[in-house]
Design a protein around this ligand. Structure first.
Ligand code: CU
Length: 132
């Protein structure tokens, strides 16, 4: 009898876990390529790195070049979760972004080997920009 209860509890947990996994996987899977370069472009000598904020940040790791003036573009699109509350400590940036729009943040000129980190207001989501 107790065994049956235990088994049904385990099955429910697995089902709930699976659903949560599926739901939380969605924002990331729309970004697909989680790694680099596709979100970095150089225009008129300025390097732009683009990050999407919605249910976290995508891509979670970007790679940029050092020695170039660099701007971070954070895109929101119906972002009502706390990833809209963005902190980039190394440049003293802290702001609650518009739910839909683009925020351009000046990162200055980074040196190779530096790491820039963005984090949500509560510290549960983050992204890294590695300077090569
Ligand atoms: Cu958060």
């Amino acid at each position: 009898m107790q065994k049956n209860i235990l088994i049904s509890v385990i099955i429910s947990l697995v089902l709930i876990g699976g659903m949560l996994y599926f739901v939380s996987d969605r924002p990331a899977s729309s970004g697909d390529e989680v790694v680099d370069s596709q979100n970095v472009e150089i225009r008129d000598g300025v390097q732009y790195v683009t990050i999407t904020a919605k249910g976290g940040y995508s891509p979670s790791v970007s790679q940029i070049k050092g020695g170039l003036p660099t701007k971070l573009v954070v895109k929101t699109d119906g972002t009502y979760d706390c990833s809209a509350s963005l902190v980039v400590r190394s440049v003293g940036f802290q702001k609650i972004l518009q739910p839909t729009g683009e925020e351009v943040i000046d990162l200055g000129i980074s040196k190779s080997g530096e790491k820039i980190q963005g984090v949500c207001g509560m510290g549960m989501y983050n992204f890294q920009i590695e300077v090569s």
